[in-house]
Design a protein around this ligand. Structure first.
Ligand code: ZN
Ligand code: ZN
Length: 126
């Protein structure tokens, strides 16, 4: 698969991410883009943008899939081994740009790691 042609649908979807620093759940994306494209198109574009290192996904609580923009990824390598935070009160979900070290375990090969921190965001704390 080549570099994504910036079709109108791709642009529309990327614009949703440009408007926020937070992650967006698949459910919310489908809802927000309801008028522009159908669910299947949203899923297909998300998958493609993830392949190309523009978005990354992770699993939030309740098993929902979330997407966020990648900062320094390329199609060949996803560098998003950062943890994610999810607020239990308002649901705000975001990338935490801190490094976590993934343990190396002898005789095992680790391909990816996911760490979800759940708690209260600064707005809900105050
Ligand atoms: Zn909150
Ligand atoms: Zn992230």
């Amino acid at each position: 698969m080549g570099i994504t042609r910036k079709t109108k649908s791709v642009k529309t979807l990327l614009k949703v991410f440009e408007q926020t620093n937070n992650a967006i759940s698949v459910v919310e994306l489908v809802e927000r883009l309801r008028r522009e494209m159908n669910k299947t198109t949203v899923y297909r574009i998300l998958e493609r943008l993830e392949d190309e290192g523009m978005l990354h996904s992770f699993t939030g609580k309740d098993g929902l899939k979330w997407y966020a923009e990648c900062k320094e990824c390329s199609p060949s390598r996803h560098l998003d081994s950062h943890p994610h935070f999810q607020c239990r009160d308002c649901g705000k979900t975001e990338c935490l740009h801190i490094n976590i070290s993934i343990p190396s375990i002898s005789n095992y090969k680790i391909d990816s790691a996911e760490l979800l921190l759940i708690g209260q965001c600064e707005d809900c704390l105050s």
